[in-house]
Write a protein that binds this ligand. Structure first.
Ligand SMILES: CC(C)(COP(=O)(O)OP(=O)(O)OC[C@H]1O[C@@H](n2cnc3c(N)ncnc32)[C@H](O)[C@@H]1OP(=O)(O)O)[C@@H](O)C(=O)NCCC(=O)NCCSC(=O)C[C@H](O)C(=O)O
Ligand SMILES: [Mg+2]
Length: 289
C-alpha cells in the first residue's frame, strides 16, 4: 500500500513498556500504531522498553497497520540509544515504517536522527512554538513523511487553556496543515485526553477532519471506532462523489466543462476531490480485508 493510499484515521499510542497492550494491538482496528518510548514510558523502564520494542517489531505480526516508533529526543540521555536500537533492529529485519521524533524545533533536528537511523523514514511531533513557526522548513525535509500534532505539549508551551473549540491552538495547527499539505505529508491530529468522553472525542475528530487532518492520535482502544468512523468518507459522501464524476463525464462528453449536482457547480477540481474520496473508501475497504 502506498503512503497516500494507506488510511491513517486512527493512530494509537502504545507505551513500549506495556507488553500486554502491545499484544492486544495485534487485534485492534487501528490504521497505525505509535510504539512509544517517550512520554508514556517511565525513565526507569526505558531501557527494557527499547529492548522489548526491538524484539516485538522483528518477531510479531501487526498486519497492515503502519508501525511508527516514537523515540526520545536526542537532547535526552535515551535518544541516541533509541536510534541505535532501531537502526540495529531494521538491519535485522524489523518492520518499522517510520521513526517519530518528539519536540522537533527545526530541520536540523531531523538531520541528526536521519544520520543515526539512515534506513527509516521520519515523522515529526509538532508540539513546540519554535517547531510550528518553522513548520515550512521541517515539512520540506526529504526524509519527512508525516507530522503528528502534540497538543498537550503545545498547550503547555502556549500557556493556553483546553477549550472544546481549540481556538488557542488554531494558528499552530494551521501552520502545520499548510506546510504539510504543501509537501504531501501525512497529517495526524493530537490526542483527546478524556478517553471515556465519547461525545467530546467525536466533536474533536470532526473538527480535525474538517480542518484537513488525515486522522487522530489516540491513547485508548475505546477511542478507535469513533476516529475510524469520523475520518472515513460517509455513504452520502461516496454517493455524491460517484454522482459528481458521472455528471462531469457526461458534460465533458458533450463539450462542456461545468456540471451541476444537487444545485452546486462541479468543475475539474471537484472531480479531483471526488476521486480522492473514492480512493480513500477503497483503501479502507482493502484494509478491512
Ligand atoms: C490511559 C491508560 C493509562 C489507561 O490504561 P488502563 O487503565 O489499563 O485502561 P483499561 O483498563 O481501560 O484497558 C483496557 C484494555 O485495553 C488495553 N489498553 C489500554 N490502553 C491501551 C493502548 N494505548 N493500546 C493498546 N491496548 C491498550 C489494556 O491493556 C487492557 O487490556 P486487557 O488487559 O486485555 O483488558 C492507557 O490506555 C495508556 O497508557 N494509554 C497510552 C498513554 C500514552 O501513550 N500516552 C502518551 C501519548 S500522549 C502524548 O504524549 C501526546 C503528545 O506528545 C502531546 O504532547 O500531546
Ligand atoms: Mg508531547
Amino acid at each position: 500500500m502506498t503512503q497516500t493510499a494507506r488510511p491513517y484515521r486512527s493512530v494509537l499510542y502504545i507505551p513500549g513498556s506495556k507488553e500486554r497492550a502491545l499484544e492486544k494491538a495485534m487485534g485492534l482496528p487501528a490504521d497505525a500504531i505509535i510504539f512509544d518510548l517517550e512520554d508514556a514510558v517511565a525513565p526507569d523502564e526505558k531501557p527494557a522498553a527499547r529492548k522489548l520494542l526491538a524484539q516485538v517489531l522483528t518477531d510479531w505480526d501487526f498486519g497492515a497497520r503502519a508501525r511508527i516508533v516514537r523515540i526520545n529526543g536526542l537532547d535526552t540521555e535515551w535518544g541516541a540509544a533509541d536510534c541505535n536500537a532501531m537502526d540495529e533492529a531494521i538491519a535485522r529485519g524489523a518492520k518499522i515504517d517510520a521513526v517519530l521524533i518528539p519536540k522537533v524545533n527545526c530541520a536540523r533536528d531531523l538531520d541528526a536522527v536521519a544520520a543515526l537511523v539512515p534506513g527509516a523514514d521520519l515523522w515529526a511531533m509538532m508540539e513546540t512554538c519554535q517547531g510550528m513557526l518553522n513548520a515550512a522548513e521541517i515539512a520540506a525535509h526529504p526524509k519527512l513523511k508525516g507530522m503528528v500534532m502534540g497538543t498537550n505539549d503545545l498547550a503547555k508551551e502556549l500557556n493556553s487553556r483546553f477549550r472544546a473549540d481549540r481556538l488557542p491552538m488554531q494558528a499552530g495547527l494551521g501552520l502545520c496543515l499548510l506546510a504539510g499539505r504543501a509537501h504531501g505529508l501525512i497529517l495526524v491530529d493530537g490526542v483527546y485526553n478524556a478517553f471515556k468522553d465519547e461525545d467530546g472525542l467525536l466533536f474533536e475528530c470532526e473538527q480535525g477532519r474538517d480542518m484537513g487532518f488525515d486522522g487522530k492520535t489516540l491513547i485508548h482502544p475505546a477511542q478507535l471506532e469513533i476516529a475510524n468512523r469520523a475520518f472515513a468518507p460517509s455513504d452520502a459522501e461516496i454517493d455524491l462523489a460517484q454522482r459528481q464524476i458521472a455528471a462531469f463525464d457526461e458534460v465533458m462528453a458533450n463539450g462542456g466543462g461545468v456540471a451541476v449536482v444537487d444545485g452546486k457547480i462541479v468543475e475539474n477540481l471537484h472531480i479531483v476531490t471526488a476521486k480522492a474520496t473514492l480512493a480513500k473508501a477503497a483503501a479502507i475497504a482493502a484494509l478491512a480485508g
